[in-house]
Write a protein that binds this ligand. Structure first.
Ligand code: AP5
Ligand code: MG
Length: 217
């Protein structure tokens, strides 16, 4: 079953995608993670996108569609979770074409609804285990008191270069200008499934699980 997690920065897309990977064997395709990996590798493309990402702007459709196309050739396990993709109408059309070419369908688009105040608070409190990528939050999910990651025991935690108020404002602006039209797009296609992203992490996970079970059944 292929799904999209759609929502503004900090909505909880990555948090919920990681749970679906662990609990259902689905494959997370996060264009944000792919672009950060490209930056880290020092590739030409990574160098080109670094500045764009730090500003909070969107990377070109061509680059992200290329990244997704490459990964769709891989084994898709129990289905793909598109996390942070598509983000423009052109990307949404391209995804529809790529899936059709592979004879694959989109089961639903989970729209994670949150308010802007909560997003800012979440993002400035976010950190990630440098070793395994497990996500933490100073308020909702603090790093364990012994300073060790609960998943891998790692002791280094990092904060993203674009997790500052200025970049976040621009990321939100990009979301409202270019990504939020996808809510209407997928509504018209009968794929939109809204969930309350303001509930606590376990409750959001339970809402998503119920939706997926309903789609599967
Ligand atoms: P990307 O990495 O996708 O960032 P984003 O969309 O800004 O979203 P985030 O990863 O910040 O938030 P999230 O929804 O995953 O929230 P999380 O689960 O971490 O993209 C980064 C950049 O890459 C873009 O700005 C752009 O430049 C480029 N890019 C990526 N994809 C692109 C594309 N398709 N096209 C063009 N450019 C692209 O949660 C946030 C925090 O809140 C965490 O600390 C978490 O613990 C906490 N939290 C989560 N859920 C809850 C909850 N229910 N209650 C309380 N706290 C919670
Ligand atoms: Mg994310």
């Amino acid at each position: 079953m292929n799904i999209i997690l759609l929502g503004p920065p900090g909505a909880g897309k990555g948090t919920q995608a990681r749970r679906l990977v662990a609990e259902r064997g689905m494959i997370q395709l996060s264009t944000g993670d792919m672009l950060r990996a490209a930056r880290k590798s020092g590739s030409e493309m990574g160098r080109r996108v670094a500045e764009v990402m730090d500003r909070g702007d969107l990377v070109t459709d061509e680059i992200v569609i290329g990244l997704i196309e490459e990964r769709l050739k891989d084994d898709h396990g129990a289905g793909f979770i598109f996390d942070g993709f598509p983000r423009t109408l052109a990307q949404a059309d391209a995804l529809g074409e790529l899936l059709a070419r592979l004879g694959q369908k989109l089961a639903c688009v989970i729209e994670m609804q949150v308010d802007d105040e909560a997003l800012v608070a979440r993002i400035v409190a976010r950190s990630t285990c440098a070793q395994c990528g497990e996500g933490y939050n100073d308020i909702a999910k603090p790093i364990p008191a012994d300073g060790k990651c609960e998943k891998c025991g790692g002791t280094q935690f990092i904060r993203r270069a674009d997790d500052n108020e200025e970049s976040l404002k621009q990321r939100l602006m990009e979301y409202y200008k270019k990504t939020s039209p996808l809510i209407g797009y997928y509504y018209c296609k009968g794929k939109l499934c809204p969930v309350d992203g303001l509930a606590d992490i376990d409750e959001v996970a339970a809402s998503i699980a119920a939706l997926l079970d309903q789609k599967a059944g």
